[in-house]
Design a protein around this ligand. Structure first.
Ligand code: ASP
Length: 322
């Protein structure tokens, strides 16, 4: 009898916890600066999640060390559904780049699902004399040893793209790390740095406004949005295997109750079909993933495959941090 009562009490606590969740704002930690591409996805998604989740969401920017500081913060947060992480491909590249990562990518998180895939663009400061990819190659040749390349730190998407670009060209550039590509973009526009590779969600508006020079896209196929369609791919420009498309996913600390994970996953599925959200993302070149990929097990498998894919590439480039 006592046992039945205990089981009933436990079931009641779980159901009532779920019925109440969320009863205070949910924080989404963005591991990069405000105003950058990851931040933009998070803010738009927070808006789209409000209704299906039935509560408000707030964004906390914890930039630095290529996104690993923000990820570490969430890995150590209370597993109650009130602290989430929105991260990108850095989830999969940082295990190969950091010798002393402060969390275990596959063990310390509950995976909620994938959000989108986003191509990247190679851009330059507005005063750079090169006006197209061929001219850029000549400029790089003439300026070897003097070129700066901005990124959001080791493990960031901009770092990965810049790393592959340098090894394809066999040219070393001085990398300048920022807490995100929002401040990096400000410096690029101001001419303090020469080049950057960043998501179309951050570069489209600046390319359209003529604030930066644009040279190529990183995907094997040209893009279709009006601003980006005119850009060649790096592959057609001669970098045979160049193929970088980044993605975003949503995570909770390990141990978050299954009922909360299920509720978050269901809300995420609805949010990713929100017409306003989809329109904003697509206009900037991002592609929302299909329902099947907005799935905890599928997304974890995807991250595992991405770790396996990028690990040899990163090791071959010989870059590490502590
Ligand atoms: N785009 C950045 C990166 O290089 C991150 C950001 O600022 O959102 O990964």
């Amino acid at each position: 009898m006592k046992r039945i009562l205990l089981v009933a009490a436990a079931a009641f606590t779980l159901t009532s916890a779920l019925a109440e969740y969320p009863d205070k704002p949910v924080t989404i930690v963005v591991p990069f600066s405000a105003g950058g591409p990851t931040d933009k996805v998070a803010r738009d998604l927070a808006e789209a999640l409000r209704k299906p989740l039935g509560g408000t969401l707030v964004i906390e920017n914890v930039g630095g060390a290529g996104g690993t500081l923000g990820a570490a913060k969430v890995a150590k947060a209370a597993p109650d559904g009130y602290t989430l992480l929105l991260h990108h491909i850095g989830m999969a590249t940082s295990p190969s780049l950091y010798r002393n990562l402060q969390y275990k990518t596959l063990d310390d998180f509950e995976y909620l699902g994938m959000i989108n895939e986003v191509p990247m663009t190679l851009i330059g400061k507005p005063t750079l004399p090169a006006n197209n990819y061929a001219e850029l190659m000549k400029w790089i040749d003439a300026n070897k040893g003097k070129i700066n390349l901005a990124n959001a730190g080791l493990g960031a998407a901009s770092h990965l793209c810049g790393l592959l670009f340098q090894s394809a060209l066999k040219v070393e550039m001085t990398t300048v790390p920022y807490k995100g590509t929002a401040p990096a973009m400000t410096d690029l526009i101001g001419g303090q740095v020469d080049l950057m590779c960043d998501q179309t969600t951050n570069t489209s508006t600046q390319i359209e406004g003529g604030k930066v020079k644009a040279y190529a896209v990183t995907t094997p196929k040209r893009l279709t949005t009006p601003v980006l369609a005119k850009l060649p791919t790096l592959q057609e420009s001669g970098m045979k295997d160049f193929n970088v498309s980044i993605w975003h996913g949503l995570y909770a600390p390990k141990g978050t109750p299954k009922a909360v994970i299920d509720k978050l996953n269901a809300a995420l599925k609805v949010a990713l079909k929100d017409a306003e959200f989809v329109k904003r993302e697509e206009a900037l070149g991002a592609v929302i993933v299909s329902d099947g990929r907005v799935n905890p097990a599928e997304h974890k498998k995807w991250v595992e495959s991405e770790i396996a894919k990028w690990s040899p590439v990163i090791k071959a480039a010989g870059q590490y941090a502590d």
